[in-house]
Design a protein around this ligand. Structure first.
Ligand code: NAP
Length: 284
């Protein structure tokens, strides 16, 4: 396996790894020293395997996760496309600047590659966009985007001045939660906004008995790998599975090379039905 990895384009043309790594629930304060070491080793292995897109947030572990990511990226920062997220209640014009500074400090870096509004809150979008744009001008972030925005939120964002500079929408999307296929994925493709699929293996809560089992057995892989390969089939979508164990990271990387057959897709569509009508965007 090489570190050459499939990529997707940001609106400006820069390419990022199609398969990255999530960090939610990593580095939590009550975790054992062994678990912390495993998580750091897992992230570093993922980067070595080309999964250089790393997603974190100020929310995770109240900042403890960003500190762990900073430690894991020691000597690797330049190899990584680093994403963090601001709480909606910090997303005012000045609030994003303060929150960003705190994230940069915990992460031990001078810039984020992508900064996302974690979900929509009470602050007017105009203010958040102005704050993000100021951070871009100051060189603290390279791109900004949003998370948990449904189609109508994206339309609203694109209607405000500067809103169309949004470089990403990170949403819940996996084989068991296919709502975005009805309108959000087509809208995003049409507007050229890439989508980052979070919880791509449904937070390890995929159904216990489903066609995933037979498909996994027929390819000699795990159900997690089938679920990941399924998400990654979609152009314009990248995915950020979280794996705190090195063996899971290796399995996830291998999923990028797994090609599901038309028969596999038909079996999955029969069980995990594609949406026939609008479903409100789900959140974890
Ligand atoms: P996920 O990636 O779907 O699932 C993570 C779980 O699956 C962990 O328990 C992990 O176990 C297990 N796992 C991963 N790969 C595996 C494999 N190959 N074999 C067996 N088990 C495997 O769920 P997630 O953490 O909710 O989502 C991914 C990332 O998306 C998050 O970490 C976070 O960065 C982001 N996220 C964003 C939002 C948002 O609102 N924007 C919400 C949720 C998540 P181990 O850890 O033991 O390896």
């Amino acid at each position: 396996m090489t570190t050459d990895i499939a990529s997707i384009a940001l609106p400006g043309g820069e390419r990022i790894a199609k398969l990255g790594q999530g960090t939610w629930e990593m580095g939590e304060r009550h975790a054992s020293t062994q678990r912390r070491a495993d998580e750091i080793a897992a992230l570093r292995e993922g980067v070595a395997l080309g999964m250089t897109l790393i997603d974190t947030a100020e929310m995770y572990g109240d900042g403890a996760t960003e500190s762990l990511v900073g430690e894991a990226l020691d000597g690797l920062r330049e190899d990584v496309f680093l994403v963090s997220k601001v709480y909606p209640h910090n997303a005012s014009r000045r609030g994003v600047e303060r929150a960003c500074e705190a994230s940069l400090k915990r992460l031990g870096t001078d810039r984020l590659d992508l900064y996302l509004l974690h979900w929509r809150g009470g602050v007017p979008l105009e203010e958040t966009v102005a704050g993000f744009e100021a951070l871009v001008r100051a060189g603290k972030i390279r791109y900004w985007g949003v998370s948990n925005f449904d189609t109508e939120d994206m339309e609203e964002l694109f209607a405000i001045p500067g809103g169309e500079a949004c470089a990403m929408n990170q949403v819940l999307y996996n084989v068991a939660r296919r709502g975005p296929e009805f309108d959000l994925l087509p809208w995003s493709a049409q507007q050229g906004v890439p989508v980052m699929a979070y919880s791509p293996v449904d937070h390890a809560r995929l159904p216990r008995r489903s066609p995933l089992d037979d498909i996994a057995a027929s390819h000699g892989v795990s159900v997690y790998q089938v679920a990941l390969a399924w998400v990654l089939r979609e152009p314009g979508v990248c995915a950020i599975p979280k794996a705190g164990r090195i063996e899971h990271v290796r399995d996830n990387r291998a999923a990028l090379d797994l090609v599901l057959s038309a028969q596999d897709h038909a079996a999955l569509d029969a069980y995990f039905k594609p949406p026939r009508a609008k479903r409100a965007l789900e959140m974890l």
